[in-house]
Design a protein around this ligand. Structure first.
Ligand code: F6P
Length: 556
C-alpha cells in the first residue's frame, strides 16, 4: 500500500465491507453454537484469558482482519514505534513510552541515543526520593514528616496515576505499605476541587507534586500557584523548596516557577501525556504512597498479541458495523478509574478526521469510550445496551478478589455474587430473549415486545487471575497498545492532539475579557451575540466579585 493510499481504498477493506453484510445475516446465537469457532477465539497469555467468541466474527473474518492489518503495515509501524522513529510526524517526535517499561539493560534508541539509561536514572532518583519521604528523612519546613501528597495535574498527568492509585488502594500488599499516608489528585481548575483537596490537610505535613509535561497547562499552573500560596501563607515562601516538587519535560519553566530543579523529575518529549503513567508522572506519586518496590511491578513489558486482537476487533466494530461507542465494564471496584483513563488514551489518540498525511478521511475513526464498574453500570446504562443502541462491551473480570468477603449462610461469597453478573451479562447480550421464549413463560401478550431482547450484541471478556500491581500494569499495556493498533490500521496519527487547542485559545480571549471587565469595567466585546449575552449575564450577576482581591483560599 502506497503511503498516501487510504486504508479504505484497499482491497482488504473492500473485502471486509462485503463480508460484514454476510455476517449481519448470522445471529450470535448461531455463531456461539459452533464450538470449534469458539475454541479458536479464546487466547491465554500470562494468566490472562481473552474470550472474543461473542464478537460478530468468524475465523474467516479474523483472517480478513489480519489481512487488513498486513496491508496497513501494522507490524512495520509497531517496529518503527519500538525503534524510536519519529512516527508522531505532526510534532516531529518519536513515540517511545514503551521504553518506560524497558528493563535496565535494554537498548531503545531515539535519535541514535539509547534512552533506557535516562529512564533508569530518573527511576533511581524516584526510588531514593520516595524512600526519603516515606522514612521521614525528607521533612517539611517545620521538621515534620510529609505524610500527605497532593498531585496537581490534568489529563494524562492525572488520569493514569489516579487509575493505578485506585486499583492499588485495596491490594493487601500495597495498602499495607500505604499505612498512614494519603495521596490526593487536584485536576480541575474549579476552586471546589482545591477545597476538596486541601480539606483536612496541613501544609506542614503535605508535599505537592506539580505534574505537567509542558508546565504551561493553564489549569495545572493556576492550581499549582494556588497550592504554593496555601503553603507560603502558613509556612512562608521559603517552605516551597521542601513542600513542592515537579514532574515535567520543561525544566526551565519548573525553575521559573520557583521549584528547585534538583527537585524535578524529568521525562521526555517522546512520552505522550496520556501514555506517561509509567514515567515519573505515575511512578513518583505512587512510589511515595506505596513504595517503589510495589510500584515498579506495574511497569513491566507486555507482548503484542492480545492488544493486536483487541485493536483489530475494535476496527471491525467501528469501521464495518459502524458501532460508534464501546463500553469498558470492569467487574472490580478497584478498576473504577480504568474507563476514564482509557477514555483519554483512546479518544484523544484516535478521534481524528484526517490521515497521517493530512488527507480527510471518508470513514470515522476512534470510538466513544465510556464505562463503569459492574454491577453499578447494570443499574444505570445497561438498559440501553441491552434493548437500545448496540454498544460493543469489554467485560473485565478478576478470579481472586483483592478483598474477599465470606458470610456464613450466604449462597455464595461476595466476589462470586459479583462474578455471577460478569458471566451472565455477555450471554444476555449475545443471545437475548425471543418472543417465543417469553410466551412459553406465560408472559402477558402486551408485555412481550417490552420484554424481548434482540440479542446479537457483541462483547469480549478478559479474565485476570488477580489484581496486583503487575496485573494492573498488564491491563494498562493491553489497552495502550490496543489504541495504537487501531490508529496504525486507520492510518492516522494517534500521538498528537491538535483537537484540544482551539477551545484553549478561545478561552484565552475570554480570560482577557473577564479581566478587563472586572478591573476596568469594560463590557464584553468581540464575541458573537450568544456568547456576549451569556458573558454579560455572568458578569452582571457576579458584580460583587472583587476586582483586585487579596489571596483568599477555601476554608472547609
Ligand atoms: O489538553 C490536552 C493535554 O495536552 C493532554 O494531552 C495532556 O495529557 C494534558 O493536556 C496535560 O498536559 P500537561 O501534562 O502538559 O500539563
Amino acid at each position: 500500500m502506497a503511503s498516501s493510499t487510504l486504508i479504505c481504498e484497499t482491497q482488504p477493506w473492500k473485502d471486509l465491507k462485503s463480508h460484514v453484510e454476510d455476517i449481519k445475516k448470522t445471529h450470535l446465537r448461531e455463531l456461539l453454537s459452533d464450538t470449534d469457532r469458539c475454541k479458536s477465539m479464546m487466547v491465554d497469555f500470562d494468566g490472562i484469558t481473552l474470550d472474543y467468541s461473542r464478537q460478530r466474527a468468524t475465523p474467516g473474518t479474523m483472517d480478513k482482519l489480519y489481512n487488513l492489518a498486513e496491508t496497513a503495515h501494522l507490524k512495520e509501524k509497531i517496529n518503527r514505534m519500538f525503534n524510536g522513529e519519529r512516527i508522531n510526524s505532526t510534532e516531529n517526535r518519536s513515540v517511545l513510552h514503551v521504553a518506560l517499561r524497558a528493563p535496565r539493560d535494554a537498548v531503545m534508541q531515539s535519535d541514535g541515543k539509547n534512552v533506557v539509561p535516562d529512564v533508569w536514572n530518573v527511576l533511581d532518583k524516584i526510588k531514593d526520593f520516595s524512600e526519603r519521604v516515606r522514612n521521614g528523612s525528607w521533612v517539611g519546613a517545620t521538621g515534620k514528616a510529609l505524610t500527605d501528597v497532593i498531585s496537581v495535574g490534568i489529563g494524562g498527568s492525572f488520569l493514569g496515576p489516579l487509575f493505578v492509585h485506585t486499583a492499588l488502594q485495596t491490594d493487601p500488599e500495597a495498602s499495607k505499605c500505604a499505612t498512614g499516608r494519603q495521596l490526593r489528585f487536584l485536576a480541575n481548575v474549579d476552586p471546589i476541587d482545591v477545597a476538596r483537596n486541601i480539606a483536612g490537610l496541613k501544609p506542614e505535613t503535605t508535599l505537592v507534586l506539580v505534574v505537567s509535561k509542558t508546565f504551561t497547562t493553564a489549569e495545572t499552573m493556576l492550581n499549582a500557584r494556588t497550592l504554593r500560596a496555601w503553603i507560603s501563607k502558613e509556612l512562608g515562601p521559603s517552605a516551597v523548596a521542601k513542600h513542592m516538587v515537579a514532574i515535567s519535560t520543561n525544566l526551565t519553566l519548573v525553575e521559573k516557577f520557583g521549584i528547585d530543579p534538583n527537585n524535578a523529575f524529568a521525562f521526555w518529549d517522546w512520552v505522550g501525556g496520556r501514555y506517561s503513567v509509567c514515567s515519573a508522572v505515575g511512578v513518583l506519586p505512587l512510589s511515595i504512597q506505596y513504595g517503589f518496590t510495589v510500584v515498579e511491578k506495574y511497569s513491566t513489558p507486555f507482548e503484542k498479541n492480545l492488544p493486536v486482537l483487541l485493536g483489530i476487533l475494535s476496527v471491525w466494530n467501528v469501521s464495518f458495523f459502524g458501532y460508534p461507542a464501546s463500553a469498558i465494564l470492569p467487574y472490580s471496584q478497584a478498576l473504577e478509574k480504568f474507563a476514564p483513563h482509557i477514555q483519554q488514551v483512546s479518544m484523544e489518540s484516535n478521534g481524528k478526521g484526517v490521515s497521517i498525511d493530512g488527507k480527510p478521511l471518508p470513514f470515522e475513526t476512534g470510538e466513544i469510550d465510556f464505562g463503569e464498574p459492574g454491577t453499578n453500570g447494570q443499574h444505570s446504562f445497561y438498559q440501553l445496551i441491552h434493548q437500545g443502541r448496540v454498544v460493543p462491551c469489554d467485560f473485565i473480570g478478576i478470579v481472586k478478589s483483592q478483598q474477599p468477603v465470606y458470610l456464613e449462610g450466604e449462597v455464595v461469597n461476595n466476589h462470586d455474587e459479583l462474578m455471577s453478573n460478569f458471566f451472565a451479562q455477555p450471554d444476555a447480550l449475545a443471545y437475548g430473549k425471543t418472543p417465543e421464549e417469553l410466551l412459553k413463560e406465560n408472559v402477558l401478550q402486551h408485555l412481550v415486545p417490552h420484554k424481548t431482547f434482540s440479542g446479537n450484541r457483541p462483547s469480549l471478556s478478559l479474565l485476570l487471575p488477580s489484581l496486583d500491581a503487575y496485573k494492573i500494569g498488564q491491563l494498562l499495556a493491553i489497552y495502550e497498545h490496543r489504541v495504537a493498533v487501531q490508529g496504525f490500521i486507520w492510518g492516522i496519527n494517534s500521538f498528537d492532539q491538535w483537537g484540544v487547542e482551539l477551545g484553549k485559545s478561545l478561552a484565552t480571549q475570554v480570560r482577557k475579557q473577564l479581566h478587563a471587565s472586572r478591573v476596568k469595567g469594560e463590557s464584553a466585546e468581540g464575541f458573537n451575540f450568544s456568547t456576549t449575552t451569556m458573558l454579560t449575564k455572568y458578569l452582571k450577576e457576579s458584580f460583587d466579585v472583587p476586582a483586585n482581591p487579596p489571596t483568599i483560599l477555601p476554608r472547609i
